[in-house]
Ligand binder design. Sequence first.
Ligand SMILES: [Zn+2]
Ligand SMILES: [Zn+2]
Length: 102
Amino acid sequence: MLQLRPNCEYCDKDLPPASTEARICTYECTFCATCVETVLHNVCPNCGGGFVPRPIRPATERRPGLSLAKRPASTKRIGLSYDKNEIADFVKSLRDVRPEDR
Ligand SMILES: [Zn+2]
Ligand SMILES: [Zn+2]
C-alpha cells in the first residue's frame, strides 16, 4: 500500500492526503509541486527518478476496508537525507536526462 506521507521532504510544507500538490517517486519519496518544478526539476534527490502526482485515497469507504479512515495516512514527517548544495549538484547532473533514460 502506498504511504501517504505528511510533508514535503524539501520545504516541509504540509501535504495532507487530499492535497493535489503532492508529488511522489516510485519509492514514495514525497515533495510538493513547487519544489519539484522550481528546485528539483523532476529529479528525486534520493533516487534520481522522476515524479508523478500522488493519487488521492478516497475519504469514503466505497469498497469494504478501503478508505482513508480504514487505511490512514502516515504521520511520520520526513526530511532531507542530503544537504541542499549536494542536492543542487545531483539535480544539475540529471535534470536534462529524461526519467525514462536515467
Ligand atoms: Zn516543497
Ligand atoms: Zn525517490
